[in-house]
Design a protein around this ligand. Sequence first.
Ligand code: ADP
Ligand code: MG
Length: 356
Amino acid sequence: MTFRMSLFKRTYTYLFITITLGIVTALNCFANDIWTISGLCFNRFYVVPVILAAIVFRIRGGIIVSVIATLLILLQAMLGWHIPHFSNTIIEIVLFYMVSLLVGHMMNQFERNQLKNHQMEQTLERSERLSSLGTLVAGIAHEIRNPLAIIQITTETLEEKIDPADELKQYTSVLKEEINRLNKVLHEFLDFTQPKDLSFSSTSVHQTLEKVLRLSNKYLKEHHIYLHTNFQAKYEVISSAPDRLKQIFLNLIINAVEAMPTGGDLYITTESNADDISIHIKDTGIGMSPDTMKRAFEPFYTTKETGTGLGLSIVSQIISLHQGHIHIQSERNKGTMISLRFPLLYDKKEGASHAA
Ligand code: ADP
Ligand code: MG
């Protein structure tokens, strides 16, 4: 919930603004009618609802309440309630508008800072969790890797010795399949702990994407996925470890395909400005529930029977090492769009080189 909404409930604010406007107007009325004290005027207190509106509804709110206050002051002058000093009144009215602009702007700035701090806290929390889990996982994965390699070699030797017609053969192929699956999981576990040793070089995002798509072509066809690409980014060279960049794209493409079990469309687009390149990977799959969206980056969080739940945590870890950013938009049964943003290596003015 934003600061704006949590500070005051909107309705209470409307009520409070109306009441304070009413009170100031009533005070002016009393000053005129009952006390008949010439010159006593409470117009400047209209600044209270103006400030409140600017805090809660920002510049626009402050300006609207300033306009209302101006109209009330004009109305009172027309009714001849009091004869305030013309120049003082004008200064007061101008002040209302200035206060609206100032307070509204300060509040906008404040909210922006709050949002930035919140995002930084989340990134920090995520990377802390990942690094402690990473150490644990690395230890276990290394322990499993050696016995698994022995099991694999033994199974292959066994398979060679078994007659192809023998029904035992089917057991060895099950064994091999499961070993491969374990190897894949192990591989992901180790990747999860290793992306720290990256060697960065200037990398073309488009060329990397094209390489990954060439590799995935057969996989996409087998799953009845129609690929649509639109690489519009004018500047697309980033500082990256190319293999890790490939890993990011591959993970996201695999997730997209897995979200479209009966086939669908996969859109991959890029765009750039002077500072960043954005890559959008959009599918027409099952989408994510709000809970999944919240937890998708958690290590080991998966909704799939054979998932490891490490894909997106690895992706987000690699992206943060690139000073990049990842964002999910998803709707149940409509699809998901994952957007990535990376800082460009060269900016426009220095003349971007497009080669990797
Ligand atoms: P895994 O793929 O092993 O489950 P990930 O970390 O890659 O692990 O993804 C975590 C979860 O996020 C998935 O289990 C899935 O529920 C959800 N998810 C990721 N990508 C998509 C997508 N494109 N569409 C729908 N859900 C997705
Ligand atoms: Mg995955």
